[in-house]
Design a protein around this ligand. Structure first.
Ligand SMILES: Cc1cc2nc3c(=O)[nH]c(=O)nc-3n(C[C@H](O)[C@H](O)[C@H](O)COP(=O)(O)O)c2cc1C
Length: 375
């Protein structure tokens, strides 16, 4: 069918209006993100902490944690003397019964704290005091005035866990060396297509399937879902649609038509299994981080170094997606043990890949005043 010039212009205007409408609809569909809550975040307890110390703790709390559970609590003995505690009400007993991931997350928190302190003109002396993974008190921290180290704090705010949009390209040798810098001898990259990468992809998909069938693990996950804006706003933790990478209309549909409990239906479990199986074959391959010795202190050290690597990865446009199910499921651990020497101690299994564009961090954080109390 032929189109006249007038018809062409009219159709163009209609098409423009429809497109603008769709774009407006999609942006109106946006769920709650960290950016939409900035004011709330700076809710500082002025009588316990000076503003710069509160800022150090805010930046520390941008650390990653399993299910975004944020298992940290700070007791402030004075503005300079802090105790980091594990908040055991935020444990994940079904997937992390021994607090392994909890301690890795606290390690990431301490690394952020140390970097943030340095960039704001403090040295953070950190002494690990926990002796068992069940201890509540984890570390004593003293902040001393020191010349500021030139580390842009925005780097801490920019990091996020990304799960989608990985490019199908191996990591360059230079980038692998750059990422391994903070974990010499404890970090191995398995490029996509290698025998080892295939094994990890299959093992991860299988362990995810086993976990999706485990009711206690799925009920625990549901407890950390924050689908409605109100729920998210009142908890400021856990997994929002945006935090899980469900953006635009997909996120809107999940927020509007689903309750957290719907994630338990067999059909939705199967959807998760299929999606994970697809994700495991996307990207540049896998990085496995092995643990540092020393029990609790070793796990904290591993979490600190993992965080250092995650911050470096962000600067090179490399996405990091922890996929921990193989370490959480007995069948996954047996599979690993059967195929490795006994002294190989994997603590993180990370899917990695370059991104065209790094999304703005979306996962929520509790304001500092929610996790700090007078000691
Ligand atoms: C110890 C640990 C284990 C994690 N395991 C997983 C996982 O199995 N699957 C996943 O999608 N994300 C995992 N994550 C990422 C968290 O879900 C993420 O850090 C959290 O939602 C906060 O988001 P952010 O990292 O973007 O700030 C893990 C993070 C940590 C620290």
């Amino acid at each position: 069918m032929k189109t006249t010039r007038k018809g062409f212009i009219t159709q163009g205007i209609y098409a423009g209006m429809v497109l603008t409408g769709i774009t407006a609809l999609i942006s109106a569909c946006g769920g709650i993100t960290r950016a939409s809550l900035r004011d709330n975040e700076n809710n500082v307890p002025g009588d316990i902490l000076t503003p710069d110390k509160a800022e150090i703790l805010r930046l520390a709390s941008l650390a990653p944690s399993g299910h975004n559970s944020q298992p940290w609590k700070i007791k402030a003995l004075s503005p300079e003397e802090l105790i980091l505690c594990a908040d055991h009400s935020r444990r994940l007993p079904a997937v992390d019964p021994e607090n392994r991931e909890l301690l890795l997350s606290l390690g990431a928190f301490l690394e952020n704290l140390s970097i943030a302190a340095g960039s704001l003109g403090y040295a953070a002396d950190i002494r690990i005091t926990a002796r068992t993974p069940q201890d509540t008190e984890i570390a004593r921290i003293t902040l001393r005035r020191e010349t500021a180290r030139p580390y842009p704090p925005e780097r801490l705010s920019r990091r996020s866990t990304v799960k989608q949009g990985f490019l199908d390209r191996e990591l360059s040798g230079g980038d692998v060396r750059y990422l391994s810098e903070s974990l010499p001898g404890h970090c191995v990259y398995f490029p996509k297509g290698s025998q080892h990468a295939r094994c990890i992809s299959e093992g991860t998909a299988e362990a995810f399937r086993a976990q999706a069938m485990r009711d206690d693990a799925q009920r625990e996950l549901v407890q950390w879902l924050r689908l409605s804006g109100d729920h998210a706003r009142c908890r400021m933790d856990g997994l929002t649609t945006e935090g899980m990478g469900m953006t635009g209309i997909k996120g809107w549909a999940v927020r509007t038509f689903m309750d957290p409990e719907d994630f338990l239906t067999p059909a939705n479990r199967q959807r998760g299994i299929d999606m994970t199986a697809r994700l495991t074959s996307e990207g540049a391959g896998w990085i496995v981080i092995t643990g540092y010795p020393g029990g609790v202190a070793g796990l904290i050290e591993t979490g600190r170094r993992f965080q250092r690597m995650a911050l470096l990865a962000r600067e090179r446009m490399i996405a990091i997606h922890p996929m921990t199910q193989m370490l959480e499921e007995p069948s996954g651990r047996q599979f690993l043990a059967a195929n490795h020497r006994g002294d190989v101690d994997p603590q993180f299994i990370l899917r990695v890949g370059y991104l065209e564009r790094y999304p703005d961090p979306a996962s929520l954080r509790r304001p500092v005043s929610w996790f700090v109390e007078r000691g």
